[in-house]
Design a protein around this ligand. Sequence first.
Ligand SMILES: Cc1cc2nc3c(=O)[nH]c(=O)nc-3n(C[C@H](O)[C@H](O)[C@H](O)COP(=O)(O)OP(=O)(O)OC[C@H]3O[C@@H](n4cnc5c(N)ncnc54)[C@H](O)[C@@H]3O)c2cc1C
Length: 128
Amino acid sequence: MSIMSLADYTFWEKFEKDYFNENKDAYNRKKHQLAEILIEQVEGLLIPGLKESIEVMEIGTPLTNIRYTQNPGGAIYGYDRNKKHLESRTPAKGLYLASAWANGGGYTPAMMAGRNAVRHLLNDFKTL
Ligand SMILES: Cc1cc2nc3c(=O)[nH]c(=O)nc-3n(C[C@H](O)[C@H](O)[C@H](O)COP(=O)(O)OP(=O)(O)OC[C@H]3O[C@@H](n4cnc5c(N)ncnc54)[C@H](O)[C@@H]3O)c2cc1C
């Protein structure tokens, strides 16, 4: 089971330098503190006894996302939702964009961005 909440990177940015220097005490304390709050909220609202039933717990933050994906700000959905998405075909010949940063976040939009990029590439290839 996973409990997720979107997080503003500005909150985690202050831990960034220490995090990447393997100095994670303050970061870990904050991460666990926030996880406890989330668990308590879910327990109170939805799943009585949740805390007692947890055997293994992994906690991820935007810094975790940066470590694994290199996405700026640990973004999981690409650009801010209110920003216009980019076209897969760019003005630069031979450069196509895929990923959540091209077509919007989530598995399906990211996969569709890949499909769009390949479609453009194949069409352009035909007209060479
Ligand atoms: C905890 C979590 C839960 C999520 N749950 C859902 C969900 O339930 N449903 C959903 O639709 N979406 C979910 N998402 C969002 C979804 O995972 C992303 O929107 C989607 O994976 C973005 O795909 P992408 O190809 O753009 O980037 P990514 O999946 O981030 O892939 C980018 C890849 O490039 C690699 N990379 C980065 N820099 C380099 C480099 N210099 N050289 C080589 N490789 C590099 C990274 O290691 C990574 O493997 C979730 C995200 C997170 C973090």
